[in-house]
Design a protein around this ligand. Sequence first.
Ligand SMILES: Nc1nc2c(ncn2[C@@H]2O[C@H](COP(=O)(O)OP(=O)(O)OP(=O)(O)O)[C@@H](O)[C@H]2O)c(=O)[nH]1
Ligand SMILES: [Mg+2]
Length: 235
Amino acid sequence: MQLNHAQRELTVKIVYYGPGLSGKTTNLQMVHQRTSPEVRGRLLTVETHDDRTLFFDLLPVFFSTANGFKVKVKLFTVPGQVIHNATRRIVLQGADAVAFIADSRRAAGQENNAYWKNLVENMKENNLDPAQVPIIIQYNKRDLPDTKTDAEIEETRKKGKEPVVGAIAIRGIGVLETLYTVLQSAYRSLEARAHLAKTIGLTEKEFLSQVFANMDITGTELEKLLPPRPAGART
Ligand SMILES: Nc1nc2c(ncn2[C@@H]2O[C@H](COP(=O)(O)OP(=O)(O)OP(=O)(O)O)[C@@H](O)[C@H]2O)c(=O)[nH]1
Ligand SMILES: [Mg+2]
C-alpha cells in the first residue's frame, strides 16, 4: 500500500498468482470488460507470440472517496511459466493481497501445489508476511471435465484459512466475486495495520462499493452483497 497524505492518494496492489495457463490474464480481461471506461486505465499486457504473459498484465481501477482521497487499485498478474520465476518475485513486491488462481482439474493438482510453495517462497523473499498479506484461492476452469468436485473444494475451504471461490473465468463466472473477496481481504489487513477508516475516513463498505460502482455486476453474486443502485447511477 502507498498512502500519500500530501497528494491525498492511496494505492492498493493486488497480484493474481498461479501456475501457467490457470487463467490469470483471463481474469483481468473479464474485469476490464465489465468496468466502465471512465474508471479504468488501459489493460497493459506484455505477451509472447502464443499469448503467454511475458512480464505481467496490469489493470488500474480508480475512484475518489467522500473525503476527496484518490484511490487507485492496481491489479497485476504474474507470468506462470516456470522460467519466469525472477519476474514473479519482482511483480509480487509490495502486494497487499494475492489471488491464487488454480486450475480445478485433477491433473493440475501437483502443479497447483508447486506454485503454492513457489508463492510462499517468493513472499518470504520479498518480506511479505503471510499473516499480513492475505491470499485467496480461485478454483478456475470449473467447466472442464475431471475437475475437483464442489464437495472436495468445500473440504479445502474448511481445512485452510483462505477464502475459496469457484470460477469459469472465460465466461466471467466467479471473476468479480474473486476480485471482491481479495479486495475485502486486502482492506481488512490494511485497516488492521494502517487504520484507513480513522486516518482517511475510508470504510470497508465505501471501499468495496466504490470499486464496484462502475462495474457491471449483473448476474453475479455481488448483486446480493452490494447496495442496489438506481438505473444509470454512476456513484
Ligand atoms: N475451459 C476454460 N478455459 C479457460 C478458463 N479460463 C481461462 N481459460 C483458458 O486457458 C488458457 C490460459 O489462460 P490465461 O488467462 O492466458 O492463463 P494465464 O494464467 O495468464 O497463463 P500465463 O500467462 O502463461 O501464466 C486460455 O486459452 C484461456 O482461454 C476457464 O474457466 N475454462
Ligand atoms: Mg497470463
